[in-house]
Design a protein around this ligand. Structure first.
Ligand code: SPV
Ligand code: MG
Length: 558
């Protein structure tokens, strides 16, 4: 819970919005999460819409949800935000006595004001075309306003009277007569509603009302009228009454249809708000901070070492001024994407080995070490430069990898002191894909449960006499515990060889196997790619946007 009260009480803030000489805005929200989103967008106040609160419960806007159910939800909204909420109180849920109780409850729950409309309980939504909607008796509605005003204990609590005469087809004269009566009964402001597609009757009302009290409008149907027209007409507050829910509906429908058709999360995962965004909106960080204060810390200590020293010859002039790891893919360099994936899994200590055009690697939150001899040396020489960064638990990766997030997540959840990720999907004939061929103790059984499979050998280049490989090593390795010392020993042993400067990571894996250290295999099936030529780069853009598989793409699901 937020322990710091807002500097201005919410009731005073809502009253100030009504009194402001500027045109002000209230944005619809229908639960705690949407209320917080509205506040973050910069709005100064929230409309707790009866229509969208009902709809998010899955019921109609006909008082099908009880008023206490509505108020409970609006309380969550008030708890989640510091800006004031004007609650759509429908007809006040009964007579003057229900209104008295409602106002007391709203005040006690931090809701800054209520709007009541002059219809009959149970009401019907004003935008529904149907039989003419019956209106409340003016004197009875005045009594309800007076009862509400007399029961508030905070003088700034706001009661808005909503005039439905235009909705019910009674015309401007009746609307003005009612507005004046409600104003006289003590309403703090008037909401004049219309469901016409043009704003004429609203503008005529505003002209006649002439600022007798603040005026609120809801331009859901006459949305094409420029906002400046309302400004010039002296409207005080404009309410966008249902648009966060409508945006959510469109997004949810598109996603649900796609998932139902494709039966895989893989193409949508990176296009929708990550779970971390839910946590941020829930203020999970505040709880974590409290846990650090009150409980013993438990943090991931995995590190990452990324090899990004090579130019990427196959990309020709594209890599003239930067290494291939810094090539942008859909606006973000490959390496940035990789580092973001590490961060997403809680790996903050990322060391990048730079070489070719090292200065172009200018990403925040990473350590850069340079391989000064990069022009004459290979991957193992680069890895040796990052020797100090290889900690108790470290992921070593090529710098040109794109992969779906679950691959790294599964690697971090896998058991084993040395683990490699091997793609078991068919290897395309294409030059460049025929590398890092992995031979394993068993083929991928595509079963649900992890297989106990060991790596037998990796061929950096295909060998004519070799059998069919079990898959392709994607260029990602995790070392843990004793695995780390085995890796360092193997690196030291290979450093003695005269051809050390030409050796790559497959040589290291083969050396570890020759030394008798088991390397566990984590099979995946597609969902990654590396970038070696311009065509890979084009596919990488599709991959980044989450587009479904292209023919020949490593996204293809067998
Ligand atoms: C609401 O948002 O619930 C309103 C405005 O009352 S309207 O739906 O236009 O009636
Ligand atoms: Mg309503």
């Amino acid at each position: 819970m937020d322990r710091h009260p807002s500097p201005t009480p919410k009731t005073a803030a809502l009253r100030a919005l009504l009194a402001s000489p500027e045109l002000e805005f209230l944005m619809e929200a229908h639960n705690g999460l949407s209320a917080r989103i509205v506040e973050e967008a910069g709005f100064k106040g929230i409309w707790a819409s009866g229509l969208t609160l009902s709809a998010q419960f899955g019921v109609r806007d006909n008082n099908e949800a009880s008023w206490t159910q509505i108020v409970d939800m609006v309380e969550f909204m008030a708890d989640a935000t510091r800006i004031p909420i004007l609650m759509d109180g429908d007809t006040g849920y009964g007579d003057f006595n229900s209104m008295r109780r409602l106002v007391k409850k709203l005040e006690s729950r931090g809701i800054a004001g209520v709007c009541i409309e002059d219809k009959l309980f149970p009401k019907m939504n004003s935008l529904i075309e149907g039989p003419r909607q019956p209106l409340a008796d003016v004197a009875e509605f005045q009594g309800k306003i007076r009862a509400g005003k007399d029961s508030q204990s905070d003088p700034d609590f706001v009661i808005v009277a909503r005039v439905e005469a235009l909705i019910a087809g009674w015309g401007l004269g009746e609307a003005l007569r009612r507005a004046e009566a409600y104003h006289a009964a003590g309403a703090d402001a008037i909401l004049i509603h219309s469901r016409k597609s043009r704003a004429d009757e609203i503008l005529a009302f505003a002209r006649e009302w002439a600022g007798r009290s603040p005026l609120l409008i809801v331009p859901t149907t006459y949305y094409s009228t420029p906002t400046d027209v309302f400004r010039a007409a002296g409207v005080s507050v404009l309410i966008w009454a249902n648009h966060t829910l409508r945006a959510a509906i469109s997004a949810m429908q598109a996603l649900a249809r796609e998932l139902h058709a494709t039966e895989t999360l893989v193409n949508v995962e990176d296009r929708i708000a990550p779970v971390s965004e839910i946590f941020r909106l829930q203020r999970a960080d505040e709880l974590l901070a409290a846990q650090r204060q009150y409980a013993a810390p438990r943090e991931r200590t995995t590190a990452a070492v990324v090899l990004a020293a090579s130019r990427g010859e196959g990309l020709r002039e594209l890599t003239e001024d930067r290494p291939k790891a810094m090539l942008p893919v859909a606006g973000r360099p490959l390496l940035r994407r990789l580092v973001d994936e590490f961060k997403k899994q809680g790996i903050d200590a990322v060391t990048v080995v730079a070489g070719y055009q090292a200065r172009s690697i200018d990403l925040p939150d990473i350590e850069v070490v340079e391989n000064p001899g990069h022009a004459e040396s290979g991957e193992l020489a680069s890895l040796a430069c990052a020797r100090k960064a290889i900690g108790e638990d470290t992921v070593v990766s090529y710098g040109d990898l794109l992969f779906r997030s679950y691959i790294l997540r599964d690697l971090l959840e896998s058991a084993g002191e040395l683990v490699v990720v091997v793609d078991s999907s068919p290897i395309p004939e294409k030059r460049g894909q025929q590398r890092d061929l992995a031979y394993c103790s068993a083929p991928d059984d595509h079963a649900l449960f992890p297989q106990d499979v060991k790596l037998l050998r990796v061929d950096a280049q295909p060998r004519p006499e070799a059998d069919a490989p079990s898959g392709r090593w994607i260029g990602m390795l995790r070392v843990r515990g004793r695995g780390r010392s085995w890796l360092l020993q193997a690196l030291d042993a290979l450093a003695q060889r005269p051809d050390f400067c030409r050796l790559g990571l497959p040589d290291l894996l083969n050396c570890l196997i020759a030394m008798g250290h088991p390397i566990q295999v984590l099979y995946v099936s597609g969902h990654w790619l590396d970038v070696n030529d311009p065509e890979d780069l084009r596919r990488a853009v599709d991959f980044a946007y989450g587009n479904p598989a292209l023919p020949g793409s490593r996204e293809a699901v067998p």
